[in-house]
Design a binder for this molecule. Structure first.
Ligand SMILES: [Zn+2]
Length: 358
């Protein structure tokens, strides 16, 4: 009685009881919401059989994508893909089908038969999928019945991860337990198909390296001889450049930043315009088009000779490639900070496919 009295009479106590009631109402409301929510979650939770069939579909989809070049052949060249117009006939695949082309034979069409490279995926195809994910994957492959996402995590930390598709488990309110995930270790070619010459002889042969190409500096008495002395090594290579290809490609000498740590020099010359002045190689990106454009002003093509002088003790830091990048792609590469040595090598990557029922 005393308590009730105090409730009725005491303004302060009354206030407290109103607060109590309010908090109970709020609590009931919260519990009710949680109960409803967990009901919904329980309904969404997949049975073992449903999850196992989802996993099977995800495994089959990954295996298909990683082992097939896709249909029709060269589907990635379809111009519609650049404008978001995606034909229903395109069934994308990421596998690389390419001719066996030797070092420096960039424009040689006489390679072996095209063959599918095992465990290697095409970065170019992956980018086409990224830009048209809903149509190419969710519609054309998964028939609109699933949500999915794909990601590539390069083991080389200098290359960032690439993610595409639905934001599974984050924005889509899909329970983590209802997502099937497939993980595969593969090689991605990135931009290695743009490499004209990979100057990796020192890497391949190490201390056994001996220059095998004939260098024009050895036979010309007016030029410094390029035979190896005790402290440095010469690496000399010849390649041909067509004037016409300068309309479509940007030529660059791309080096790893490690070249800054050694004493490395280079000379670029055409055989009828020799040059004996070696220049320090300490820039990661060297644009060669101005040189070729000037030198090819009066001829359709020429053989060029590039010579590298490499400090013997630092030869592991000499990592350089000559690349030819299609002009319509160059600005994108620069904007995305991809004009870097690591992007011109195949890299080990973790491929991840996630799938959920819609
Ligand atoms: Zn030489």
């Amino acid at each position: 009685m005393k308590i009730i009295d105090s409730f009725i009479k005491d303004n302060d106590g009354l206030l407290h009881s109103t607060e109590l009631l309010l908090s109970i109402i709020i609590l009931v409301f919260i519990i009710g919401t949680i109960a409803n929510l967990s009901d919904e979650l329980n309904e969404k939770m997949l049975s073992k059989e449903e999850l196992s069939s989802l996993e099977n579909i995800a495994i089959a989809t990954s295996d298909y994508l990683l082992n097939n070049p896709g249909n029709p052949e060269h589907w990635e060249r379809d111009e519609g893909l650049d404008n978001g117009i995606v034909s229903r006939n395109i069934i994308p695949g990421l596998a690389i089908k390419k001719k066996n082309i030797g070092n420096g034979e960039f424009y040689d069409e006489s390679g072996n038969d095209e063959m599918i490279m095992s465990n290697a995926i095409s970065y170019n195809k992956l980018m086409k999928i990224k830009n048209n994910y809903d149509d190419l994957i969710d519609r054309n492959i998964l028939n609109g019945s699933f949500k999915s996402s794909m990601a590539l995590y390069p083991l080389n930390c200098k290359i960032g991860p690439i993610k595409m598709g639905d934001d599974l488990g984050v924005n889509d309110n899909v329970n983590d337990n209802d997502i099937a995930t497939v993980n595969r270790r593969v090689q991605c070619d990135f931009y290695s198909s743009f490499v004209v010459y990979r100057f990796n002889d020192l890497e391949l042969f190490g201390d056994d390296y001996e220059r095998d190409e004939i260098c024009n500096h050895d036979t010309n008495p007016n030029l410094t001889n390029h035979s190896n002395d005790g402290r440095s090594l010469w690496l000399c290579k010849n390649f041909r450049v067509y004037k016409k290809s300068l309309e479509d490609y940007n030529y660059y000498l791309i080096s790893d930043e490690s070249v800054k740590y050694g004493n490395f020099y280079w000379i670029l010359e055409s055989l009828n315009r020799t040059n004996d002045n070696k220049e320090r190689l300490n820039r990661e990106v060297i644009d060669l088009n101005p040189f070729f454009e000037e030198d090819l002003s009066n001829s359709s093509n020429k053989i060029y000779s590039i010579h590298f002088n490499v400090e013997k003790d630092k030869k592991e830091d000499f990592r350089t490639v000559l690349v030819a990048i299609p002009k319509n792609m160059t600005n994108d590469l620069i904007a995305d900070d991809e004009l870097k040595y690591d992007y011109f090598n195949s890299q080990n990557v973790e491929f991840l496919l996630k799938m959920a029922y819609k």
